[in-house]
Design a protein around this ligand. Structure first.
Ligand SMILES: Cc1cc2nc3c(=O)[nH]c(=O)nc-3n(C[C@H](O)[C@H](O)[C@H](O)COP(=O)(O)O)c2cc1C
Length: 262
């Protein structure tokens, strides 16, 4: 594999969940956010709220809330005499694309300046609460939060799927059992070797009276992630409700129902 300082920094990055108390300077913070903004964009449908208050998860000095932001675009459009007719699901997708790229650029910029970071993914489920806290206008939706600061831990890089399970050339392969098992093994052996779940005392509880047969000897990533998506968030209603409160019209139409003109 090729190597240079940027690749090295990206390959060495890991989520940091312990921070020193050192507060990054304004210059450092602005550099990180400018690098974030310089990510490719579809429409700059994203904005960032910074909070330096105490009580940030993992003791981090900085908490960024990265939002899908249609508000500013609509202010600009209004000045030009336009109104959005694009449906909100499309706008949401473009916003998620923009916000994700900005967020990851911030992660890499932070890394290059000796800082660490960790995403917090629950923001969409707490959108209303976050919106009230930061006085977000309608049409601004908190997509993800990012804690950042100087690391007080140096965990190992976490495992990833083999590249052959991620990169497919020209056509998506017919994945047989052997490839799936190889990918599972790479993930599970990798996390077990790092004692990740035992150290963090992380094990998703089995619901519905299912019997627990795992211990920290064999509980690893593929079981963990299967329990997540096999048990949680069955109904889209909670998220649709949060979107609706933020002024995004993303509805599931009843069968047979269709929107006028669409
Ligand atoms: C969208 C997103 C949401 C995440 N949410 C959380 C979270 O709520 N809590 C947490 O500790 N880590 C969270 N993470 C960090 C992941 O757990 C972490 O990136 C993953 O385990 C891989 O580890 P690494 O970042 O150290 O390579 C999140 C990451 C992403 C990209």
């Amino acid at each position: 594999m090729k190597s240079n300082p940027i690749i090295e920094s990206m390959l060495n990055r890991k989520s940091i969940r312990k921070y020193t108390e050192e507060m990054p300077t304004d210059e450092v913070i602005h550099t990180v956010v400018c690098a974030g903004q310089q990510a490719p964009f579809a429409s700059q449908l994203c904005s960032v709220i910074l909070s330096r208050k105490k009580g940030v998860p993992f003791g981090a000095p900085l908490l960024f809330t990265i939002c899908v932001d249609l508000h500013r675009m609509e202010l600009i459009m209004r000045k030009r005499g336009w109104q959005t007719v694009t449906n909100d699901l499309s706008m949401l997708f473009f916003g998620i694309q923009d916000a994700s790229l900005l967020a990851e650029n911030m992660v890499n910029a932070a890394e290059s300046l000796g800082m660490g970071s960790c995403f917090l993914g629950a923001a969409p489920y707490n959108a209303d609460k976050i919106a009230r806290k930061y006085k977000l206008p309608a049409r601004v939706f908190p997509l993800v939060q990012l804690v950042m600061g100087y690391p007080a831990e140096d965990p190992p890089s976490r495992p990833r799927y083999p590249i052959s399970f991620t990169l497919f050339e020209d056509e998506y392969p017919n994945l047989g059992g052997a490839e799936v098992e190889q990918a599972m093994k790479q993930m599970d052996d990798g996390y077990l070797a790092q004692n990740y779940y035992r150290k963090g005392k992380i094990m998703i509880h089995l619901e519905g009276g299912r019997e627990e047969n795992y211990t920290y000897e064999d509980y690893s990533w593929t079981e963990h992630i299967s329990r997540k998506w096999g048990q949680w968030y069955q109904s889209p209603e909670e998220l649709l409700g949060q979107l609706s409160k933020r002024g995004f019209k993303v509805e599931i139409l009843d069968q047979g129902e269709s929107k006028a003109g669409g």
